[in-house]
Design a protein around this ligand. Structure first.
Ligand code: ASP
Length: 303
């Protein structure tokens, strides 16, 4: 099936202040360019979403890779998932502390393991054995996040009631793509939430929650407060709406309505089907997004 490639990326949904908009727009544009280089050469959507996410993991603007939020012990703990809509193969890592590009490890799991999901040390050992370099946890920590955690913990009591208010940033990154063979893929990568308990896993790397791809329905990647999102298995929920005959644009918006009405959650989602139809929606004030096809390229922080 000849198809026109499409790539959609996001870089977190929250009440992003004006002075952070440019960095986010630059970041999603760079990710788009990296993913598009794969698609325009006729490469697979799986490679495109991996390359797009790697760029955002390497950009300290985002809560992924170096520059991620710190957990309550001041360490970076990362989660990532990548999924292939043609085969339904998937690879995920959770709570890894020594990988600057967890999506690369997730991709190795997808390609080279009979298993789907590895956590902690086992994930890191698997990655190292398959050529993904390990790093020190300190290499993932930036001064901005040390200050942010210190400030947050100093005012912990005040924050408790609005711990997950949209003013707290959600800078998880994700990508969905369809290639010229009509195959779709999705990837999501995150440092999780600020001051999270060690070992806490959010929605981002769980199949069907923060990431999903099936050629028979849709590819989706979410961001936002992970606990409500995972309770609704929101990425799969959205893909199922597309399989039932709805447009991805509608499914994305409905997912946000459902998130709010059912569990009072907030966040954002990108949804794409193999025809290249896509939706971008968020119920936070802003979400960094960008998309590209053969005819146009757009980016923004509102939708
Ligand atoms: N969904 C992520 C989590 O809960 C956070 C985010 O999207 O920024 O781990």
């Amino acid at each position: 099936m000849a198809n026109h490639p499409v790539l959609v990326v996001h870089g977190g949904a929250w009440a992003m202040p004006d002075d952070m908009v440019d960095a986010h727009l630059r970041g999603v544009s760079n990710a788009l360019a990296a993913g598009w280089r794969v698609l325009e050469k006729g490469g697979p959507s799986l490679d495109a979403v991996e390359e797009a996410v790697v760029v955002m993991e390497e950009d300290e603007t985002f809560d992924a890779g170096r520059g991620s939020f710190l957990n309550s012990e001041g360490r970076v703990q990362l989660d990532a998932l990548i999924m292939d809509g043609r085969t339904l193969r998937a690879g995920g890592v959770g709570c890894v502390e020594h990988l600057s590009n967890p999506v690369r490890a997730a991709r190795k799991i997808l390609s080279e393991s009979p298993h789907v999901y590895f956590v902690g040390e086992g994930a890191e050992q698997f990655a190292a054995k398959h050529g993904v370099p390990l790093c020190k946890n300190e290499d993932l920590v930036v001064a901005r996040e040390v200050d942010r955690l210190r400030e947050y913990q100093a005012h912990a009591a005040e924050h408790r009631k609005d711990l997950f208010a949209p003013t707290i940033s959600h800078d998880t990154v994700g990508a969905v793509a369809v290639d010229n063979r009509g195959n779709i893929a999705a990837a999501t990568s995150t440092g999780g939430t600020l001051n999270k308990a060690p070992g806490r896993l959010g929605d981002s790397s769980l199949i069907g929650c923060g990431c999903y791809a099936d050629n028979d329905s849709a590819a989706a990647s979410t961001t936002g407060w992970g606990e409500p999102i995972m309770k609704l298995v929101l990425a799969k929920w959205s893909a199922d709406r597309v399989a039932a005959g709805n447009a991805p644009e509608w499914a994305a918006q409905e997912a946000m309505n459902y998130l709010k009405s059912r569990v009072d959650g907030h966040g954002g989602i990108i949804v794409l089907d193999r025809l290249g139809r896509f939706g971008i929606a968020h119920n936070t004030p802003r979400m960094a997004w960008a998309f590209k096809n053969e005819k146009e390229e757009k980016r923004g922080v509102e939708r």
